[in-house]
Design a protein around this ligand. Structure first.
Ligand code: HEM
Ligand code: HEM
Ligand code: FE2
Length: 374
């Protein structure tokens, strides 16, 4: 009864069964929408990757819909969704959005962008699928997962570095071209590009660096399930996913309002700075709290029940969480600026609009955007 109507009791995917079925229907609807749009238009590399990825993403969700009362087996399948979503299918989704965005925002060449995309997809799936092993160290799965998990998950930062290099390289290259042509800049959407750049860096830092910190079993035996995990989880989610979606919102606003060049507003700057530095501060605070926990609860006191409570009262832990609260407030203020900016940015008269003759030949419809023509 509870599973059907209230919740499934599993972290992140606690949706009750009726909502599960709803989620599957919505994802399939989304997939169908992308698919039928794609077969009507140009079948580009980006759209092909996106469709294949969405099929995998929807399919994986089914792994979490079965029920077993054996906790090891339940966790085994649960990680298929949690890990294979965030470290394989969602990352590929992000790579597709970034590829699309770079063509849109800075007029990067589709040829170059798609070449990068294929490399990134191969690396993401290559390291992400067996990287699943870094969650199979302590849940009752066979010990060979130690080696498999350590090796493949340690490779995971590579595609994230590649994605960062890709964005930076394309941006630098397009700026160079624009300069040589005597134009000031190639950027048609400053807020979106800034968010995309934050994404490339945040993904590398939160998932790549903070993930790598605790991915080897020799380290993870101490850090498993501490505030350290929470530090990584927060920076990775924000860096890899929140940022790119906000960037996409700005692209949508630009298109919906037929703006040629979307410029940075004060609210946009406040939003991105407060949110990003709030999140970085929160991550550092949680890392310090986690470090105290690892030292006292795990290393010194051997992970007993009593040790858990003693470590929760140590100075580093208490002060770390105090700072986390302060940084959380900073993020909330940043969030208010962001929402305000998203609502009003299109109406602020600093952007470059299309001339009436450009509108006449249909440039603003997106087919012949100056940045796309190159
Ligand atoms: C954007 C990508 C990523 C996101 C959103 C993400 C998010 C998370 C979250 C939320 C958890 C906590 C799960 C739980 O509740 O137990 C977690 C755990 C973990 N992540 Fe990631 N992660 C990402 C990428 C990575 C990468 C690339 C690595 C390794 C290089 C990594 C290594 C780990 C490890 C080892 C754990 C287990 C921590 C523990 O034992 O407590 N993650 N991740
Ligand atoms: C004002 C900012 C935020 C505050 C105060 C906050 C607070 C919290 C708290 C108290 C927890 C429970 C930690 C625990 O069980 O020990 C948590 C978990 C989590 N939060 Fe946040 N959060 C914030 C922003 C975010 C953002 C922006 C994201 C994603 C983009 C996020 C994703 C998560 C995830 C994935 C977990 C589970 C992590 C784990 O189990 O290790 N949070 N958060
Ligand atoms: Fe993982």
């Amino acid at each position: 009864m509870a599973i059907w109507f209230i919740h499934e009791g599993r972290e992140y995917i606690e949706a009750p069964r009726w909502a599960d079925i709803g989620i599957v229907i919505v994802v399939l609807g989304f997939l169908a929408n992308v698919f039928f749009t794609a077969i009507k238009g140009k079948r580009t590399g980006i759209i092909t990757v996106l469709i294949a990825d969405l099929i995998a993403l929807a399919g994986l969700y089914l792994a979490g819909m079965g029920f077993t009362d054996n906790i090891s087996m339940d966790q085994y399948w649960w990680w298929w969704i949690i890990h294979l979503w965030v470290e394989a299918t969602w990352e590929v989704f992000v790579a597709s959005l970034a590829a699309f965005g770079l063509i849109r925002i800075i007029g990067a060449s589709r040829h170059v962008v798609e070449m990068w995309l294929w490399i990134e997809v191969a690396m993401l799936f290559g390291s992400g699928i067996l990287g699943l092993g870094h969650h199979y160290f302590w849940i009752g799965t066979p010990e060979y997962w130690w080696e498999i998990g350590a090796l493949f998950s340690a490779l995971k930062p590579l595609p994230l570095v590649a994605m960062f290099v890709h964005v930076t390289y394309d941006w630098g290259k397009q700026q160079g071209i624009a300069k040589a042509e005597g134009k000031g800049s190639s950027v048609t959407n400053v807020p979106a590009l800034t968010w995309f750049f934050t994404n490339a860096f945040g993904n590398f830092l939160g998932a790549g660096v903070w993930g790598f910190f605790h991915t080897l079993p020799q380290v993870n035996i101490y850090t498993h399930g501490t505030q350290f995990t929470s530090a990584h989880g927060h920076l990775a989610f924000y860096g890899a996913y929140a940022t790119i979606l906000i960037g996409m919102f700005y692209i949508a606003i630009q298109k919906a309002n037929k703006i040629k060049i979307l410029k940075a507003t004060f609210d946009f700057k406040m939003g991105i700075v407060l949110l990003t530095f709030g999140m970085l501060g929160m991550t550092i605070a949680l890392t310090i709290a986690g470090y105290g926990q690892v030292l006292v609860e795990r290393a010194q006191m051997g992970a007993t029940w009593e040790a858990y409570f003693i470590s929760q009262n140590t100075l580093w832990f208490v002060q770390g969480l105090g700072w986390r609260f302060v940084m959380g407030i900073m993020m909330v203020v940043g969030f208010v600026y962001l929402v305000k900016d998203l609502l009003i940015i299109a109406k602020i008269p600093i952007h470059e609009r299309y001339t009436s003759s450009e509108i006449e030949i249909g440039v603003e419809m997106g087919h012949k955007l100056p940045s796309l023509a190159r």
